[in-house]
Design a protein around this ligand. Structure first.
Ligand code: ADP
Ligand code: MG
Length: 663
């Protein structure tokens, strides 16, 4: 016998559950990495026969086989039973404590790691959902037990001297006929469900009550539950026709640098009865309610099916319930579904359908992640730059996504949240070193497994990165353009000597060469600047400084037969530039080498960004170049490169001056 008090025992159990993982250890999930999957855990709880439900000779239609499996009669074949296996099965004799410690307590630790968790009680009306979730003063259910443990844990973990300060808030709402009603403030009417830019589901205007003890919790929860119970009496079992959602948020703030913040949300949900309302013969209001209940639960079934089958569209938005559960089912939460079933034969079809739903839910995969961010004062230097902005500019720069949501849940939070976001507007004008440090901090946190800071992991940061990429791409495009020019020039030169072209064209047809627009800075590869020995014929040129020369070149042809090599005379066309043009070109290049910026230098043929920077560096180091050949001396260009560089550029200048007239 364990002589310890129940609360002591519970604390020990919690400690055992949480110790292995280490409470403050960051989970190995980060902004850059895909979080590890966590399957939705499914437990089935079979309630005992209760007074008034069983007939005298009623025998159960379902029974447990072991701690994970059960069987139910097969209505199609009475000789057979249908078997189901789940993560846990709790039989008629199971206690509230068994269900809680076996299935719910293990996921609570994730809240203190800044992750979300949810517990859903599913099943037909009368199968024990409310008993499981709420229970009674004698047999408290999941909700009081979880709250007690969570508050105890946060008190211990958030005590003075511990690294994190913790606070807990609670909200309580019901979804009734597709309306979201705040049970802590029933006058507030239907509330809307929103999603922020990080995919978190929010309910703007929902009451959040801070709680520090279980007494605090009861003070808010009991009257709110009565709101629901009063309704139930008035509206005839309203409580079983609405979904009751208790939201408990655990906020953590690191006491020392880097002052991280974490938020974990726990949803404890008592769903409306899943019975098939077509069989109940409902009319009027009851029928309308049934329709609404069926919509929500029907969509819940569709959502589970879509997730189960991996469909690209999951219809979360088709009902309020599924929209609210968006980050719990197939989302960021550790989820547990407790399917409640009843043993009576009159429940048979609803039990079967609940078991089938539970079996499908078992296949749903969630990807929980740590919800962590940095506090504002870590980035104080950035704040200064924020001050430079006027309010209208600040609003503009905040962008639509922040205006849309901006954490409207609590009135105190939006100010800091929007301040945080608005810091980003000045990232572009921020000191690059500071920006670089912020980005590397962001990367570091990412590599440590946190979810990334909201300051930097936002669309605005993405924009900054994008702008940087665009700048790089621009440079790349410039380089490619230069390359293209060069290739065009090469092609042009090729044309000038292409034998097939030559057969059809007389040398004089090359005359327009000097006038072509494309000849601006176009090198002609075959142009030579040294006097030729085999000049036979000189073609007329409109530019007296450029002469088109025809020369004979002998080429050896190897034959495969034994006749031996033969020599074949070939005509070859080359351009000769006048000494005046050469001197002028050299002068121009030299001037550019000594006075041009790196960008100017890149306008020269064969000079890319790196070479241009090298030339500027040499100039600064050794002083001005006295002649173009110095490029060879300082090893910027090799002898061969220098030759082609001169040819290409001098011809380019000549062509440009021809095209644009004398300068
Ligand atoms: P639901 O919320 O699914 O409509 P309830 O929780 O109201 O069902 O349960 C219906 C009745 O069955 C209640 O009187 C409840 O006390 C009783 N009950 C449910 N589950 C159990 C259980 N495991 N042990 C004892 N009584 C139970
Ligand atoms: Mg109920």
């Amino acid at each position: 016998m364990d002589a310890r008090s129940p609360s002591q025992r519970r604390r020990r159990e919690m400690a055992a559950v949480t110790s292995g993982a280490g409470r403050c250890r960051l989970s190995k999930v980060g902004a850059g990495r895909r979080p590890p999957p966590a399957r939705v855990r499914v437990a089935v709880r079979l309630r005992p026969f209760v007074d008034g439900t069983a007939g005298a000779d009623d025998t159960p239609c379902v029974r447990g086989l072991d701690s994970c499996s059960l069987e139910i009669a097969n209505w199609r074949n009475h000789q057979e039973t249908l078997k189901y296996q789940f993560d846990a099965f709790y039989g008629e004799r199971s206690s509230q404590q068994d269900v809680y410690t076996g299935s719910v307590q293990p996921i609570l630790r994730h809240l203190l790691e800044g992750q979300n968790a949810s517990v859903l009680a599913y099943g037909p009306t009368g199968a024990g959902k409310t008993h499981t979730m709420l229970g009674s003063p004698e047999q408290p259910g999941v909700i009081p037990r979880a709250l007690m443990d969570l508050l105890q844990l946060t008190r211990e973990e958030g005590a003075e001297g511990r690294p994190w300060a913790l606070s807990v808030t609670m909200s309580y709402l019901e979804i009734y006929q597709e309306k979201v009603l705040d049970l802590l403030d029933p006058a507030s009417g239907d509330l809307v469900i929103r999603e922020d830019c990080r995919g978190n589901i929010l309910i703007p205007g929902l009451t959040h009550k801070p709680i520090t003890s279980f007494a605090d919790f009861e003070r808010h929860f009991l009257p709110a539950s009565r709101n629901r119970t009063v309704g139930a009496t008035r509206l005839n079992q309203r409580s079983s026709r609405s979904h009751a959602v208790l939201l408990v948020k655990v906020d953590q703030r690191e006491r020392l640098a880097p002052f991280r913040q974490r938020e974990g949300k726990l949803y404890l949900i008592d769903l409306a009865g899943s019975e098939d309302n077509r069989r109940t013969g409902n009319k009027g209001l009851r029928l309308k309610e049934s329709g609404a209940i069926n919509t929500s639960l029907f969509v819940l079934g569709k959502v589970v099916d879509a997730l189960h089958q991996g469909l690209p569209r999951v219809p979360y938005r088709d009902s309020k319930l599924t929209r609210l559960l968006q980050d719990s089912l197939g989302g960021s939460a550790h989820s547990i579904l407790i399917a409640n079933i009843a043993p009576e034969r009159c429940f048979y079809l609803d039990t079967l359908s609940a078991l089938n739903f539970a079996a499908r839910s078992k296949e749903v995969i969630n990807r929980p992640f740590t919800n962590e961010s940095l506090q504002l004062h870590v980035l104080a230097p950035v704040k200064l730059s924020q001050k430079e902005l006027g309010p209208s500019e600040a609003k503009k720069a905040r962008g639509p996504e922040e205006e849309k949501t901006g954490n409207p849940e609590s009135p105190a939070a939006p100010a800091s949240a929007s301040q945080k976001f608005s810091l980003l507007q000045k990232l572009s004008s921020m000191d690059p070193a500071m920006l670089e440090r912020l980005l590397s901090l962001d990367r570091l946190l990412g590599s440590q497994g946190t979810q990334g800071t909201p300051l930097l992991s936002t669309p605005r940061r993405e924009r900054m990165v994008l702008m940087k990429t665009v700048e790089e791409k621009d440079l790349e495009i410039q380089r490619l353009k230069m390359k293209q020019k060069e290739l065009e020039a090469k092609e042009l030169a090729q044309e000038a000597v292409d034998p097939t072209e030559r057969e059809n064209c007389s040398p004089t047809m090359l005359l327009p060469l000097a006038r072509r627009r494309v000849t601006v800075a176009k090198p002609l590869k075959k142009a030579v600047v040294i006097p030729l020995q085999l000049i036979q014929e000189q073609a007329a040129s409109p530019n007296p400084d450029i002469h088109i020369l025809k020369k004979n070149r002998k080429r050896k042809l190897e034959h495969v037969d034994a006749s031996g090599p033969q020599e074949k005379a070939e005509d070859c066309w080359e351009l000769q530039l006048s000494s005046g043009l050469l001197a002028h070109g050299r002068q121009k290049i030299l001037q550019l080498l000594n006075e041009g910026s790196a960008r100017d230098l890149q306008s020269l043929q064969r000079i890319g960004q790196k070479t241009a920077q090298l030339i500027v560096g040499c100039r600064e180091l050794h002083g001005p170049f006295s002649q173009v050949e110095d490029l060879k001396r300082v090893k910027v260009l090799s002898g061969k490169q220098l030759e082609s560089f001169l040819k290409a550029n001098i011809l380019g200048f000549a062509a440009a001056s021809q095209c644009c007239g004398p300068s």
